[in-house]
Design a protein around this ligand. Structure first.
Ligand code: UDP
Length: 372
């Protein structure tokens, strides 16, 4: 009988789902057809009305990112997390145990911080012996909720993340530093950018900038576009507004008013293709977006980030000198001009080649398969 892997995630942002899908694709690539893999949105399936909290993520990070930061720090506390777990037990734990008993997986993998403690308890209380791996999808700054020593293995992206995990009480022998689980499709293509642009009706030789705000289209994209246009940047723009439908409509109207050539996408499964057509990315400091941009060799300008959760990502970009950071739309334009045709751009690209880990998902998949 085929072995079964269950991936636990929650649709907060785009990163957790994308990470689970990346691991599924990587395992498939190594072991085509030999393993059954399934993704479960834990809060949607097991928590009933509590799923409202997961649903609040998008509006909160779009309109009140500071509030998200306050919540992040407030909950980064052992006692509060224990209390939260106790409170959510009656709503989630019973359903999670039922699910595990029904699915009887050979391995459970979590890519979300808020389910790990509950899952460790659910596996124990199900009476089944199932290995449990946590793949951490924040590359540097970790929330305490990610960490439970009751897992079999925790995989992190960087040595800093490992240090943070150890500080939260994780056992050294249960941590492996590998990289961010990004889809194997994010790898430098041998195809020429100019050819890809031509195919997609972009100007083949014009400098191309990708603008992205995570899965939810967060960050003040409209202001950045206006400023790039005002500064007569000699470039064309691809914008991914994610699930932010209103923003898509707004930007489509904006595209008719400005000189800067602009192509707008809503949520797309072709982020890798659009990155391959681009020379540079302007983005929120989402862990997925950063790791994918690095794998595709794109210098990064960070223009927004979630307090707490994504601050470490911003520090990483600065420390490794793979991009620049500013929240000021006017400065974004200046930075683009300063970088686009200078030796600084090549310097950033060399640093990117040094730190990017395009094969991390495949390496993580090898670890996963060792548990089956
Ligand atoms: N993404 C996507 N389609 C879109 C927008 C985003 O597939 O239209 C993916 C993107 O490639 C990345 C993830 O969603 O893998 C966003 O994750 P990130 O960690 O950057 O930010 P989050 O949305 O989780 O805040």
């Amino acid at each position: 009988m085929k072995k079964k892997i269950l991936y636990l995630y929650s649709d907060t942002g785009g990163g957790h789902r994308a990470s689970a899908q990346a691991l599924i694709n990587a395992v498939d690539q190594l072991h085509k057809g030999k393993v059954v893999q399934e993704m479960i949105d834990v809060f949607a399936v097991c928590s009933g009305f509590l799923n409202i909290f997961a649903k609040l993520y998008a509006p909160v990070i779009r309109y009140y990112p500071k509030l998200w930061g306050q919540l992040f720090y407030w909950l980064d506390d052992k006692k509060k997390l224990e209390r939260l777990e106790q409170m959510s037990r009656p709503f989630i734990l019973k359903e999670l145990i039922k699910l595990i008993k029904k699915k009887k997986p050979d391995l459970i993998i979590s890519v979300h911080p808020m389910v790990n403690h509950l899952t460790a308890s659910a596996i124990k209380e199900s009476g089944l012996t199932i290995p449990f791996i946590v793949v951490i999808t924040d590359p540097v700054t970790l929330h305490r909720a990610w960490i439970t020593p009751k897992v079999d293995l925790t995989i992190v992206a960087t040595p800093e993340a490992k240090e943070n995990a150890l500080a939260y009480g994780m056992l050294e022998e249960k941590i492996k530093v590998i990289g961010m689980p990004i889809d194997p499709k994010f790898a430098l293509s041998a195809k020429k950018k100019a050819l890809m642009r031509k195919k997609n009706k972009l100007k083949p030789k014009l400098f191309t900038i990708l603008l992205m705000g995570g899965g939810e289209g967060a960050g003040k994209m409209n202001n950045i576009i206006r400023e790039l246009d005002r500064q007569d940047i000699s470039a064309q723009l691809i914008v991914i507004a994610g699930r932010n439908e209103k923003l898509v409509q707004k930007l489509e109207k904006e595209a008719e008013k400005i000189k800067l050539p602009l192509r707008v996408y809503g949520f797309t499964d072709q982020v890798n293709e659009l990155m391959a057509e681009s020379d540079m990315i302007i983005t929120k400091a989402g862990p997925g977006a950063i790791a994918e941009s690095l794998a595709m060799g794109l210098p990064i300008i960070i223009t927004s980030w979630l307090p707490g959760q994504e601050e470490g990502n911003v520090e990483f970009v600065v420390r490794e000198n793979v991009g620049r950071v500013t929240k000021d739309p006017e400065k974004v334009g200046q930075l683009v001009k300063e970088l686009m045709h200078s030796s600084l751009f090549d310097e950033l690209k060399d640093n990117i080649a040094r730190v990017s880990r395009p094969n991390a998902a495949l390496e993580i998949a090898e670890q996963i398969l060792a548990y089956l």
